[in-house]
Design a protein around this ligand. Structure first.
Ligand SMILES: Nc1nc2c(ncn2[C@@H]2O[C@@H]3COP(=O)(O)O[C@H]4[C@@H](O)[C@H](n5cnc6c(=O)[nH]c(N)nc65)O[C@@H]4COP(=O)(O)O[C@H]3[C@H]2O)c(=O)[nH]1
Length: 742
């Protein structure tokens, strides 16, 4: 109200009263509260019309004419701040007038002008909300002077009304907030309990009702501890409530350690809770809000995810990561208590062949059966894990001596050697196991795994289906192998490889039908090194592809030279290792080698081992077809040592079969081998393959093959592999190209 003009509407039929009030207000002028401006309405109806927004001129008897604001006689659009209502009028009477005015202007404070001798009327009006009661007699007769009491009474009435209005507004806003708060609580998915400063319940939402089992109306005003009873999930002992803890520590808490909330009717929920305290400006707690949630599902999910991260999805066994943890634990404990532990690294022999030939779904089922059988071979305290593929690692923690590990390995070999029936298949497998012992073969997890893995490779190399303990010499061999790998790379760079050629002869007429190119490493100090020593290493370290590319070009180049020199060598055969054959660029490499050397494809023969074909039948079939389209001949090398059958080979476009020399060399001594050789010859011929016997060393073997109508032979009996000059000399010495067989 400071320095403002406040408009008052005076409803009074006595002009003298009106004039006196006006004078008194004018005399009081302006003070710190500002000034009053009186508008006089002699009749109630006129005043009501004004309040309804009708701006027609008020009746204005002479003395108050100036109180009407505007020149046009309207009172303008300034709002009134208060109404002075004379209660005894000619056009209205008593309390009814007050009611009509407050109905027309409910926001405005109304002060009554009444007769001093009518206390009933005064009480009635005050009870109905009038702000003050001014005795008219005083106004009529008394000397108002500067009438500061009137001024202050008016001012207080207006202030009071404003205060009430703002209180009502605040109350309405609070009401809205409360409704919003309750709506939020009702829709929250967490349980929420509101508490007063003493920790008594003032509200709880439906989720809190459900989790605690307490309906709100029963929980109201009870201490939180009655409704919210929690125990420790592991010990099942009561835990200090979050509220108590927070009050003790005088702070709020975030969602923390989980506990079990006991439902009123004996059920229970795994929960997490958080508490927020409210404080007044002085820092005193005025209440708090407890929020809690059922984490049963979340925990279940978290446990499931933790399980999946540590277990193999196919077999359910611990995976590599969990095995590392267990092994680390076992190593620590065994170190502390001077105990032993053993690690068995197991791999299924030729699993890839089974997987490729029977299909992955059967391969998967097979791994599951293997996992089950492994579990039957160990104690509860041991760990069987799957490392990936067909590799399993078994940790034995309770062993006294290495012999215990050997017994377990035996048990595993036996368990896995029993036939496994999957769908309509009866599968026979063998496995190879490497064993390392703590602390002898490694002091940490890495060393133990490495040692067991190396021992397993030796078990495989030793003929599979057996187990081997790790020996230090295996490590030495590993080091030697590493250095061999390095020198092989160097040899390739320095072009230290050469080719030898071994003739093949026609068993019917003795003519040379071709030459097999055989690589040698011409080591500057060690002389010629056999491919049997370095080809497997080169295959493993990925060098065989590069060496093979060189062999292919060199063989074609040499053949082209012989042809250019007028020597008819027939075909040159080149050995192709499995990684070479599988490499994406293999067919292109062959095409390029032919193009670069100018040799016709019909003079080239590719020798492939059975394993290279059996590993991936579909892929092998399409690759062989591409080679056939080029015009290249295809031979199956070392036939009889792999797992293929003639029926499987029938699907490949093959030209010849080479019977492995192990059969050839024994066929004249062992009737079984003789039977195998003659059967392979006759079956091969019936499928229109040329059949070649390799490793023929004696005349006896030569004659046996001739008698069994084998097509060709190759071996020391006719000639050892020769270098290019030696082979040229052989061909030149024998211009008819027929072999002089003794
Ligand atoms: N005991 C005996 N052995 C005989 C007789 N006649 C020939 N041999 C040997 O038998 C092996 C025949 O080659 P393979 O079976 O393909 O077996 C080959 C082949 O698998 C591989 N190899 C040789 N050269 C290459 C090549 O250029 N590339 C690839 N990928 N492998 C090759 O190395 C293996 C061994 O080759 P080599 O040491 O040259 O050994 C050759 C040869 O010298 C015999 O009458 N008695």
């Amino acid at each position: 109200m400071k320095n403002t003009t406040t408009r008052l509407l005076l409803i009074e039929d006595d002009p003298s009263v009106a004039t006196r009030i006006n004078d008194a207000l004018a005399a009081s002028g302006r003070d710190t509260h500002g000034s009053f401006h009186l508008v006089w309405a002699p009749t109630l109806d006129g005043a009501l019309r004004q309040l309804a927004g009708n701006t027609e001129p008020l009746e204005s008897p002479a003395p108050l004419e100036p109180l009407i604001d505007a020149a046009d006689g309207t009172i303008g659009d300034l709002p009134y701040s208060a109404i002075l209502l004379g209660l005894t009028h000619t056009d209205h009477c008593d309390i009814e007038a007050f009611d009509r005015i407050t109905a027309a202007a409910p926001e405005l404070p109304v002060l009554l002008l009444g007769d001093a001798d009518d206390p009933v009327l005064e009480r009635q009006a005050l009870r109905r909300g009038a702000q003050a009661y001014l005795p008219r007699t005083l106004l009529r007769n008394g000397n108002l002077g500067n009438a500061s009491w009137l001024f202050h009474t008016l001012h207080n009435a207006i202030e009071r009304k404003l205060l009430i209005r703002s209180l009502k507004q605040t109350e309405a806003e609070l009401q809205t907030e409360r409704q919003r708060f309750h709506a939020v609580l009702a829709s929250a998915s967490d349980g929420i309990i509101a508490l007063d400063a003493e920790g008594r319940i003032t509200h709880m939402n439906a989720v809190a009702e459900k989790l605690s089992g307490w309906p709100l109306h029963e929980a109201l005003d009870r201490p939180l501890a009655d409704i919210y009873r929690t125990i420790d999930g592991k010990t099942r002992q009561p835990v200090e409530s979050t509220l108590d803890r927070m009050l003790r520590e005088n702070r709020s808490s975030g969602f923390g350690t989980s506990a079990i909330l006991l439902h009123r009717d004996n059920g229970e929920f795994s929960i997490e809770d958080a508490l927020t305290q409210f404080r007044d400006p002085a820092g005193q707690t005025t209440g708090s809000l407890l929020v809690f949630r059922d984490v049963g599902d979340t925990q279940g999910m978290a446990m499931k995810m933790a399980y999946l991260a540590q277990h193999d999805a196919l077999t359910g066994l611990p995976n590599r990561s969990l095995m590392h943890d267990r092994l680390a634990q076992a190593v620590t404990l065994a170190g502390r208590y001077s105990r032993k532990a053993a690690l068995l690294y197991m791999d299924v022999d030729r699993f890839k062949n089974i997987n490729d030939s029977l299909g992955h779904p059967i391969g998967d089922k097979l791994l599951q059966v293997i996992a089950d059988r492994l579990l039957t071979c160990v104690r509860y305290s041991d760990t069987v894990s799957r490392q990936g593929g067909d590799e399993f690692v078994i940790l034995l923690t309770e062993i006294e001596q290495s012999h215990d590990a050997a017994i377990c390995a035996e048990k595993i070999l036996n368990a896995l050697s029993r036939p496994i029936a999957i769908d309509s298949h009866q599968i026979y497998i063998t496995s190879s196991i490497g064993i390392s012992l703590y602390p002898d073969d490694g002091k940490d997890t890495e060393a133990l795994i490495r040692s067991a893995d190396l021992a397993m490779y030796h078990a495989k190399a030793g003929g599979r289906a057996n187990f081997q303990f790790f020996r230090q010499t295996m490590n030495e061999r590993l080091v030697q192998r590493q250095s061999l790998e390095d020198t092989l790379r160097n040899a390739l760079k320095k072009r230290q490889f050469i080719l030898h050629y071994q003739p093949k002869i026609d068993l019917e007429n003795g003519a040379i039908t071709g030459a097999e190119a055989l690589v040698r490493w011409n080591h500057p100090e060690r002389g010629l090194i056999s491919p049997a020593l370095f080809v497997p290493v080169a295959e493993e370290c990925g060098l065989m592809q590069q060496i093979g590319q060189w062999v292919l070009r060199e063989a074609c180049r040499q053949m082209q030279n012989w042809q250019n020199a007028g020597l008819d060598v027939g075909r040159v055969a080149v050995n192709i290792s499995t990684p070479e054959f599988r490499s994406r660029n293999f067919v292109n490499d062959v095409r390029d080698a032919l193009a670069e050397t100018g040799m016709a494809a019909e003079y080239l023969e590719i020798e492939l081992k059975e394993a290279a074909l059996m590993a991936d039948l579909e892929h092998a079939q399409s690759r062989l077809s591409e080679l056939k389209e080029l015009g290249v001949n295809i031979a199956i090398d070392d036939f009889g040592t792999g797992h293929s059958s003639l029926r499987q080979l029938k699907r490949f476009p093959i030209d010849s079969l080479k019977i492995d020399r192990s059969f050839v060399q024994c066929m004249t001594k062992d009737p079984a081998d003789a039977a195998i050789v003659s059967a392979v010859i006759s079956m091969g011929k019936s499928l229109n393959y040329r059949v070649v016997a390799e490793g023929v060393e004696t005349r006896e073997q030569h004659l046996f093959l001739q008698a069994n109508l084998c097509d060709e032979s190759q071996g020391h009996h006719f000639s050892r592999p020769l270098n290019a000059e030696g082979f040229t000399a052989l061909m030149t010495r024998n211009p008819s190209h027929s072999a002089e067989l003794h």
